[in-house]
Ligand binder design. Structure first.
Ligand code: NDP
Length: 302
């Protein structure tokens, strides 16, 4: 990728997540075609409880992506008042179902259901989200496992952009179980994609700007619209914006627009590379879910 020259200053190269995702999906589609010749159709069960519009749109996108790749997807939508026992029973059935290689329960769950109990109930061999403690433990130990989809998508974006992490200072803003913690861990692993020195910031961080200004690679995953401004970014840093925030916008038909955790315009003037929102990390997350499901299905090959 080449840097584009702006009117008066260098502008960042945009890391096109859609393009990277498309190229990975083409490879996955070929793999699915091959597997089908041996009678194996990778299957993903997507479980949605309740009617949250954002969750509904994620789930629909996941199912559509499965169909596009020629995979089997089972759409299970249950009412908001589904009990924890009913959900656990369903998971038990899916664990024993040979047509299902991956089980995804869309989070967040209604408050009467214990999220951790549900995650632990999923057979680790079908844990394509990579949230089961067994998968997390194996990741920490640098053993082969299902990596969580968003962090794995970030690794792929860096790899495709030929951005080395070795010896770099990586600053992660956010410490959630699904993004901040795993990506921070992966970044310092003794692997080709890691070997960085990592700082993790959160709401207890005293001086966020001081930390972010140190970053050669800044990964923003706080869920705070445009909280990372250009003055918080070191010249020529790589900026990965994981945030997906809905901000009210009456000029839009749907009444809102999507924005990241980074002020894109300000950051682009300082960064060497940057991911946009939408079209950066987002398309990679679903792609890595498909990748994990195909990986799981491969164990059924003769
Ligand atoms: P969580 O809300 O679970 O975690 C947010 C983290 O950011 C917390 O650790 C919190 O710190 C930290 N944080 C919040 N505000 C600040 C602040 N002002 N300064 C420093 N740290 C702060 O969010 P997720 O990790 O689930 O998601 C983060 C964002 O990424 C969201 O916008 C989400 O929509 C998006 N996302 C996008 C995906 C994609 O595919 N593109 C996939 C998953 C998430 P503390 O722990 O102290 O509370």
């Amino acid at each position: 990728m080449h840097r584009k020259r702006g009117r008066s200053k260098f502008m960042a190269t945009i890391i096109d997540g859609k393009q990277v995702a498309q190229s990975l999906r083409e490879k996955l589609a070929d793999r699915v075609k091959e597997m089908k010749k041996s009678g194996v159709v990778p299957g993903l069960a997507v479980v949605l409880i309740g009617d949250d519009p954002a969750s509904r749109s994620y789930v629909t996108a996941k199912e559509k992506s499965c169909d596009d790749l020629g995979m089997y997807s089972r759409d299970i939508r249950l009412p908001e008042d589904t009990s924890e026992d009913e959900l656990l029973k369903l998971i038990d059935e899916l664990n024993g179902d040979n047509a299902i290689d991956g089980i995804l329960v869309q989070l967040p769950l209604p408050s009467h259901i214990d999220e951790q109990k549900v995650i632990v109930a999923i057979d680790p061999s079908k844990d394509v989200d990579g949230f089961h403690p067994m998968s997390v433990g194996k990741m920490l130990l640098e053993q082969d496992t299902y990596l969580p989809c968003t962090p794995n998508g970030i690794l792929k974006l860096l790899e495709y952009s030929e951005i080395s992490t070795k010896g770099k200072k990586v600053v992660v803003v956010g410490r959630s179980n699904i993004v901040g913690k795993p990506i921070a861990n992966l970044m310092f692993q003794k692997q080709s994609f890691g070997n960085a020195t990592v700082t993790v910031c959160h709401t207890g961080t005293k001086d966020l700007k001081k930390e972010t200004l140190e970053a050669d690679i800044l990964i923003a995953a706080a869920g705070r619209p445009e909280m990372i401004t250009g003055d918080m970014i070191k010249q020529d840093a790589v900026v990965i914006d994981v945030g997906v925030n809905r901000v009210e916008d009456s000029s839009k038909k749907r009444g809102y627009r999507l924005t990241g955790d980074v002020d894109f315009a300000g950051a682009s003037e300082k960064a060497s590379y940057i991911t946009p929102v939408p079209g950066g990390v987002g398309p990679m997350t679903i792609t890595m879910l498909l990748f994990n499901t195909v990986k799981s299905a491969a164990s059924r090959l003769p």
